[in-house]
Design a protein around this ligand. Structure first.
Ligand SMILES: *Cc1c(COP(=O)(O)O)cnc(C)c1O
Length: 480
C-alpha cells in the first residue's frame, strides 16, 4: 500500500498515474460535442450505488475506466460553448496546472510553517487585488472558499466594528436582488430575523439609493443600528452593478460599513475596457471577489479584502499548538490569523500562475469578450418578437422569457418556459438557467465562455422556442 503514497520513491508512479488521468480528460474535452448528455438521476444513481467501496480495483486504468462510467461521460462540461447556465467559467490552463501543483505539494496556508512561499504568494495576490480595487495602503485580506464565505467574513467584521452588544438591533441593507448568502450570513452571525433590510431596485436592477437613504434614516429614527450596506457589483441574476459612489456617500454619512459583493463583477478589476463600471469600489470597507467566476479560475478561488487590515483581528484566535501570540511579535506570517478556515488550500497558486503566464490584461480581455457578447445577445433578444428580455446587461448575463403571441395566460407562459429549460437540459444540447422576475419564470444565460458566439445564442434561442412551442401544442391537445 505504501506504493500509493506520493514521495520520492513513487515519483515515477505519480507521473504516470496523473498523466493517464490528464490524457483521459484531454480526450474527453476534445470529443465532447454537447455540454451534457442529459443523464437522469434515476439512470446514474444505480451505477454509483452498485460500486462496492470495500473492493478497490487497485489499478489506475481500471479506476479511470470506472470513473468514465460514473462521472466523466455524463458530467456537465462548462468549457462547451453552449453551457450558458450558472456562474461557472471555462478555466484557463495555467490555473489547472496550478491545481495539479498545489495538490501534489499540498501546502496548507494556515501557517508559515506549513507553506513558506505559499503564504507570501497569497499575500502578494491579496495586495495586488486590493491595489486594483484601490483600497489604499492599509488594505489586506485573505483567500476563502468562495463568495459565500467572503460575505460571511466581511459581515462578521462589520458586526464587530458596529460595537453594539444588542444583536437584535443591528441592520444590514442589501438590494432585493443581492445574493442569498447575505441573509444566511446574518443568521449565522446571530442577528435578528428582520436584520436584513431589503432595498428595492430600479428598472435596471440597481439598488435605489433614494430608498437606501430612506431606510438608513428610518433605522436611525427607530433607535436601531445600521451595521452594513451590501452593494452588489454584479448581481447573480442580472449582472447589475449597484451605484457604488452614491452608496459610499451614504455609508460615510451614516457611518456604516460598506461591503461590496463583487463575486461576479470582480473580473472588471482586470478589464481595460470596462473597469470604470465598478468605480466607487475603492471606497468599500470590504470587498468579495470570486476569481472562480470571472477570472477563469477553477473552483475554489475567492478572497475577501478589507480597507483596514486591523479589522481582520476579529477573525483572529491564537492557538498554542498552531499560531501562538508570540509569533505575531516574531513577525511570522500566519494567514490563519485572518481566516475563518484553519487548514486551507493554496488556491492562490492558480491565480499566480495565471498572471505569470497570461497577465491581468489577458484575463480582462477574456471577460471583456463575454461582456461584449452579452451586449450582442441583448440586441438579438430585444429584436426577437418571441422573447421578452429584462435588462440591458452590465456584465455578461441575459434574463429573458419566451412569450408566444397567441398565449395570454402568464401561468401558461411560465409553464412553457419551465418546460423548455427542462427539455433542453434533458436533450443535453445546451444548458441554461432560470430565475423569477416579478413572480414570473424567466430563463437566463450566464455568458462566461469567450468561445460562445452569437450563432450559439441564436441556435439556443431557437431550441428553447421549439421546446416551448411543443409544450404549448401538447397543452392545447390536452385541453381539447
Ligand atoms: C456566486 C455569488 C456569491 C456566492 O459565491 P460562491 O463562490 O458561490 O460561494 C455571492 N455573491 C454573488 C453576487 C454571487 O454571484
Amino acid at each position: 500500500m505504501r506504493s500509493h503514497l506520493l514521495n520520492g520513491l513513487t515519483a515515477e508512479r505519480y507521473r504516470r498515474s496523473v498523466t493517464e488521468g490528464v490524457e483521459r480528460v484531454a480526450a474527453k474535452l476534445a470529443t465532447t460535442d454537447r455540454p451534457f448528455t442529459g443523464v437522469t438521476v434515476d439512470a446514474l444513481a444505480p451505477r454509483i450505488d452498485a460500486i462496492d467501496l470495500d473492493r478497490p480495483l487497485g489499478d489506475t486504468t481500471a479506476v479511470l475506466d470506472e470513473l468514465e462510467d460514473v462521472y466523466l461521460r455524463d458530467a456537465v462540461y462548462f468549457h462547451h460553448p453552449r453551457y450558458l447556465a450558472h456562474l461557472n467559467c471555462p478555466v484557463v490552463i495555467p490555473a489547472v496546472l496550478g491545481e495539479a501543483v498545489l495538490s501534489a505539494v499540498n501546502s496548507s496556508l494556515d501557517t508559515w510553517d506549513q507553506s513558506a512561499g505559499g503564504t507570501l504568494i497569497e499575500r502578494r495576490l491579496i495586495e495586488w487585488t486590493a491595489a486594483r480595487a484601490g483600497l489604499g495602503p492599509a488594505a489586506d485580506g485573505v483567500f476563502t472558499s468562495g463568495g459565500s464565505q467572503s460575505n460571511l467574513q466581511a459581515l462578521l467584521l462589520a458586526r464587530e466594528e458596529a460595537k453594539c452588544d444588542d444583536l437584535a438591533k443591528l441592520r444590514v441593507f442589501a438590494s432585493d436582488v443581492s445574493h442569498f448568502s447575505v441573509k444566511k450570513s446574518a443568521k449565522l452571525l446571530g442577528l435578528g430575523q428582520d436584520a436584513v433590510v431589503t432595498v428595492p431596485v430600479d428598472h435596471d436592477k440597481r439598488m435605489q439609493t433614494v430608498a437606501l437613504a430612506h431606510e438608513l434614516e428610518r433605522c436611525k429614527q427607530d433607535g436601531l443600528v445600521p451595521m452594513a450596506v451590501v452593494a452588489t457589483a454584479g448581481t447573480t441574476d442580472f449582472g447589475s452593478i449597484d451605484p457604488l459612489p452614491e452608496i459610499a456617500g451614504l455609508c460615510a454619512q451614516y457611518g456604516v460599513w460598506m461591503h461590496v459583493d463583487a463575486a461576479y463583477g470582480c473580473g472588471l478589476l482586470a478589464s481595460v475596457k470596462h473597469r470604470h463600471r465598478i468605480d466607487g469600489i475603492e471606497r468599500a470597507d470590504s470587498v468579495t471577489v470570486d476569481y472562480h467566476k470571472s477570472f477563469f479560475q477553477p473552483v475554489s478561488s475567492s478572497a475577501v479584502l478589507v480597507r483596514d487590515a486591523a479589522t481582520l483581528r476579529h477573525a483572529t484566535y491564537h492557538a498554542e499548538y498552531l499560531n501562538p501570540r508570540r509569533m505575531v511579535q516574531e513577525r511570522i506570517p500566519n494567514q490563519v490569523d485572518k481566516s475563518l478556515q484553519t487548514t486551507r488550500r493554496f488556491d492562490a497558486l492558480k491565480l499566480w500562475l495565471t498572471l505569470r503566464t497570461m497577465g491581468a490584461d489577458g484575463i480582462g480581455q477574456l471577460f471583456d469578450e463575454v461582456c461584449d457578447l452579452a451586449r450582442q445577445g441583448w440586441r438579438l433578444l430585444a429584436a426577437d418578437p418571441r422573447y421578452d428580455v429584462v435588462v440591458e446587461p452590465s456584465l455578461s448575463t441575459l434574463v429573458f422569457r419566451y412569450i408566444p403571441a397567441a398565449v395570454t395566460d402568464p401561468a401558461e407562459i411560465d409553464r412553457a418556459n419551465l418546460y423548455a429549460r427542462k427539455a433542453l437540459f434533458a436533450s443535453g444540447d445546451a444548458v441554461v438557467a432560470g430565475t423569477k422576475v416579478a413572480g414570473r419564470h424567466y430563463l437566463k444565460f450566464t455568458l462566461l465562455n469567450p468561445e460562445t458566439t452569437t450563432a450559439d445564442i441564436t441556435a439556443v434561442l431557437d431550441l428553447i422556442a421549439g421546446h416551448a412551442e411543443q409544450y404549448l401544442g401538447e397543452s392545447l391537445d390536452r385541453a381539447s
